[in-house]
Design a protein around this ligand. Structure first.
Ligand code: ATP
Ligand code: MG
Length: 451
């Protein structure tokens, strides 16, 4: 049994201190053969033998640290008695840092480092202010404000703006420009966490807080973000009862784990973001007014892309350059006509939509072998009604007709030019739809339609 054990060295001494038995492991550690060890006095082999002291004193020594041939071991020496006389010693040591044990330890350590890196990556902010491209005055003002607030590491920030305007980008940039940049940046997507889990996700729980709770409890996102920044994305989706708990944490900077008894002091900067109109929600009673005030210390309102056409001109080449690298295709310029189309479009999905449109266009241009990105590569529906086109105010009737025409053309295209199908969707009679299409000169055959 001892012979096989690679983690344990074993030795038997007789009443005179002569080694009567040792296993292979011990021989390997000593780097000696069995013949060189068995039959010799223990002090000849290991002059500092603790087993020999046990032989002399009759007292067991349990769990002492013993270094043999540079191997750290945990030793135990037990006296063997016969008629109250010590007649021998059984000694064994457990090796802490050898062979498989060492390999396993190395593996665990390397895994641990990998997970540490992963946790760091997950809890760090990727973007900086340099990654935000703009030239409009509106964005310049916002950037100045955001850079100022970055210098105040405890100030709460509320970022609002339509979907895809860069709210997350700003949250990252503020964290990275602040004194907290070396500390965690923890993003919580409040819309993605089921209501019944939100509290434990944010504040954590103690072991046994509820059935199914993880052993050892769980750290909440606030504690995880301690000394750093917590980014509460989609804050408007937090249910009312949780809003009050959130308010308490923001006011007192303490969190109490579910099932816990002691609150924990934390030091966290909160950045919250939403694309919803919080003021409206406060008015309608679906968002707590006190929480709104608590969050709304510095408010960064990112304007929609359609209100800053000059930014479209500047961002587009950057996006094309990034995408070309990512798609591993040749970088190409965009012609003026295509840029003008981009500037006129209403961009309901803002910069994210611009990225998607450009990605699709670049792939098409690459397949075509076109050197320059031009209007025909852009798959944006011009028929979406663009309020920017209304520079010249016509009569209401004319404007409505213009809108109706664009809408009908769009729906017809979406329905693959199936007029009865489109009529069903519009809840109108097919014959009236045919009449309107004729009136507006909208082509009902796919092959004749223009993009
Ligand atoms: N000014 C900008 N310069 C460069 N890239 C930008 C800019 N604004 C946004 N982007 C890019 O647009 C994409 C969308 O940005 P982000 O995810 O920050 O938007 P969001 O406002 O959080 O959107 P949502 O409300 O849908 O979550 C990202 O890829 C981001 O890098
Ligand atoms: Mg976002």
């Amino acid at each position: 049994m001892f012979e096989q054990n690679r983690y344990m060295a074993v030795i038997f001494l007789d009443r005179d201190g002569v080694i009567q038995y040792t296993n292979e492991t011990y021989l390997e550690i000593l780097n000696l053969s069995r013949e060189q060890v068995v039959g010799r006095h223990v002090l000849e082999i290991t002059p500092h033998s603790r087993a020999y002291i046990t032989l002399q004193t009759g007292k067991a020594k349990v769990g002492y640290e013993w270094i043999v041939n540079n191997h750290h071991t945990l030793g135990t020496a037990l006296p063997i008695f016969e008629d109250d006389q010590v007649v021998g010693v059984f000694g064994y040591t457990v090796f802490l840092n050898i062979w498989d044990g060492k390999n396993i330890l190395d593996e665990i350590l390397s895994n641990l480092n990998m997970y540490k890196d992963e946790v760091h990556r997950l809890h760090s902010a990727a973007y900086r202010f340099e990654d935000i491209h703009y030239q409009s005055q509106a964005m310049t003002d916002i950037i100045v404000l955001a850079q100022q607030v970055a210098n105040h590491p405890l100030t709460t920030v509320l970022i609002t703006g339509e979907s895809g305007t860069g709210k997350e980008l700003f949250a990252h940039a503020i964290h990275n420009a602040s004194r907290r940049c070396q500390r965690p940046f923890v993003r919580v997507n409040c819309a993605a966490i089921p209501e019944n889990l939100l509290e434990s996700e944010l504040f954590g729980y103690e072991e046994g807080a509820y059935t199914g709770a993880q052993k050892g409890g769980k750290l909440g996102k606030f504690e995880l973000a301690d000394q750093g920044t917590i980014f509460l994305d989609e804050i408007a989706e937090v249910p009312l009862n949780m809003q009050s708990k959130l308010l308490f944490v923001l006011q007192d900077q303490v969190v109490e784990r579910l099932g816990g008894v002691h609150p924990t002091k934390i030091n966290v900067r909160v950045i919250a973001a939403t694309n919803r109109d919080l003021e409206n929600m406060v008015r309608s009673g679906s968002f707590r007014q006190d929480l709104y005030y608590r969050l709304n210390v510095v408010h960064i309102k990112i304007p929609p892309l359609r209100d800053r056409a000059e930014d479209i001109r500047l961002i587009t080449p950057h996006i094309i350059s990034n995408l070309s690298q990512r798609l591993n295709i040749a970088e190409r310029e965009i012609d003026e006509q295509a840029l003008q189309r981009l500037c006129k479009y209403s961009w309901p999905g803002n910069v994210r939509e611009l990225e998607n449109v450009l990605e699709r266009s670049l792939i098409i241009a690459e397949m075509e072998g076109a050197r320059v990105l031009s209007g025909r590569h852009l798959n944006i529906s011009e028929d979406k009604f663009d309020f920017n086109d209304l520079s010249e105010v016509k009569s209401l009737k004319n404007m409505l007709e213009e809108y109706e025409k664009k809408l009908l053309a769009r729906i017809l295209k979406d329905c693959q030019f199936d007029v009865p199908g489109a009529a069903r969707q519009l809840n109108m009679d097919p014959s009236s739809l045919y009449r309107k299409l004729r009136k507006f000169g909208i082509c009902i055959r796919k092959e004749y339609s223009i993009n």
